[in-house]
Design a protein around this ligand. Structure first.
Ligand SMILES: Nc1nc2c(c(=O)[nH]1)N[C@H]1C(S)=C(S)[C@@H](COP(=O)(O)O)O[C@H]1N2
Ligand SMILES: [Mo]
Length: 205
């Protein structure tokens, strides 16, 4: 009985992975989706800050960040403009490994990702604590190009691409949810592609 249920679960997972989420088209390409100019940040100038509702604020330079354990992750990428790239190999530092440097205060429930250039996006702390959330410096075996968020970007595979903040330079822990750059403009606060959480209901396409 248990074996049979286990086998069915695996088959279902395989079916889901073979297809894109509803309303998405599969592409082999890796389009660039950026609002505004591409920031050019050298690794020498790069710095990263963990702040807000945390036990202790943390500042890291490029070497300190990359001295953290390295993880390779295969993940899908779904942009709300309807393209999905199903195969991506990212390399970088898991969110959960970064969080070994400090601890969220008990009332911290949401995170704002901040980026060079001023872009922001909000993600629930629960979502970020998943084992597939990565700060990536490489994609498919090569360092991230500036257009794709180099030297470092966030990758949140279970959310639409706008939550995968490029040129990320800080994470702010918050008690209440607050909208980021696209969320202010009508994008969904959660953005789960499997639930088609694209926009506020009144703006649904
Ligand atoms: N800083 C920043 N991050 C960003 C964006 C942006 O405009 N600025 N665009 C988002 C959107 S809408 C998507 S789909 C992905 C696209 O990543 P890509 O350009 O590497 O394909 O980056 C996300 N992260
Ligand atoms: Mo996007």
């Amino acid at each position: 009985m248990l074996n049979k249920l286990g086998r069915i679960t695996r088959i279902n997972q395989r079916r889901m992975r073979a297809d894109a989420p509803p309303g998405q088209f599969v592409t082999e390409k890796f389009p660039v989706l950026t609002f505004g100019p591409t920031p050019r940040i050298s690794t020498a100038a790069w710095e990263f800050k963990i702040f807000g509702l945390v036990e202790n604020e943390v500042r890291l330079d490029w070497r300190q960040f990359n001295d953290l354990p390295q993880t390779t992750l295969d993940a899908e990428f779904h942009c709300v403009t309807q393209w999905s790239k199903l195969q991506n190999t990212w390399q970088g530092i898991l969110f959960t490994d970064l969080m070994k440097l400090t601890a969220p205060k008990p009332d911290a429930k949401f995170v704002m990702a901040h980026c060079y250039g001023g872009y922001t996006t909000n993600v629930a702390l629960d979502t970020l604590m998943d084992d597939d959330v990565l700060f990536a410096h490489s994609h498919d075996g090569a360092p991230l190009t500036p257009e794709h968020g180099g030297p470092m970007r966030l990758v949140v595979p279970k959310r639409y691409g706008w939550k995968s903040a490029k040129w990320v330079n800080g994470i702010e822990f918050m008690a209440e949810d607050a909208p980021g750059f696209w969320e202010v403009r009508g994008y969904h606060m959660e953005g789960d592609p499997w639930k088609e959480e694209r926009f506020w209901s009144s703006l649904s396409y």
